[in-house]
Design a protein around this ligand. Structure first.
Ligand code: ATP
Ligand code: MG
Length: 200
């Protein structure tokens, strides 16, 4: 095949792909806030959630973050984003597997949840990250029905990102976009210590 005909075939193929992509872009014309779930056993769920908050903040949108479970841990994203006006609502008792007290954990989750409920009615907020929310539902600290109701009644333009493993089926159903991060391997299994800038 000559160089010329190779080039022609390449162009034809690219044009076909472009036509298909353009047709699909034309079909996606609903504009509203979205619910995104990032779940699964692999690393990268919270990183992705914070990525959305960073992206939206970069466009001048107003964002807020609720952190369940690892509240009192250091957090690079919190250091950065709070300097850019993003409020953080952090679960006071922090790491729940250490406290092992259902009543105090429930209470701590409920304090943050009250803030979340307010965020989910606030017209001025564009994107909310509910980091590690899936565990709050699975442990029974936050009522699933109440969460679903708050999500469905939120302002139409507001988007919400939910992260955490083992996301409840109901949340998967009401979400617009669900991504599952698969664990292929993790350095921790080979003895690598959690690292600043990589893990927190
Ligand atoms: P990250 O915050 O790095 O995006 P994540 O939100 O997907 O991770 P979590 O379940 O919230 O994962 O756990 C957070 C911590 O646990 C991080 O330090 C992360 O590196 C570590 N971690 C995540 N997945 C795994 C895994 N499959 N094996 C071991 N450690 C993991
Ligand atoms: Mg996480």
């Amino acid at each position: 095949m000559t160089e010329h005909s190779k080039e022609d075939r390449y162009q034809q193929r690219q044009q076909k792909i472009k036509a298909q992509v353009d047709a699909r872009i034309d079909q996606a014309n609903i504009e509203r806030g979205q619910i995104l779930v990032i779940t699964g056993n692999g690393k990268g769920k919270s990183t992705a959630g914070f990525g959305v908050i960073t992206r939206a903040t970069g466009h001048g949108q107003r964002c807020a973050v609720a952190q369940f479970i690892k509240g009192n841990w250091a957090c690079g994203e919190r250091n950065l984003l709070s300097q850019h006006g993003v409020p953080f609502y952090v679960m006071a008792t922090g790491f729940t597997w250490e406290t092992q007290n259902k009543d105090s954990d429930t209470q701590a989750a409920q304090v943050v949840w009250q803030n979340c409920k307010q965020l989910l009615t606030d017209e001025s907020i564009d994107v909310v990250l509910l980091d590690e929310m899936t565990y709050m539902v699975n442990f029974g600290y936050i009522d699933l029905e109440e969460l679903c109701q708050a999500l469905s009644q939120r302002p139409a333009h507001q988007s919400v990102v939910i992260t955490g493993r083992a996301c409840h089926r109901r949340l998967l159903e009401i979400a617009d976009t669900v991504s599952e991060v698969k664990n292929v391997k993790h350095g921790f299994e080979a003895g690598l210590k959690a690292r600043q800038g990589i893990d927190w």
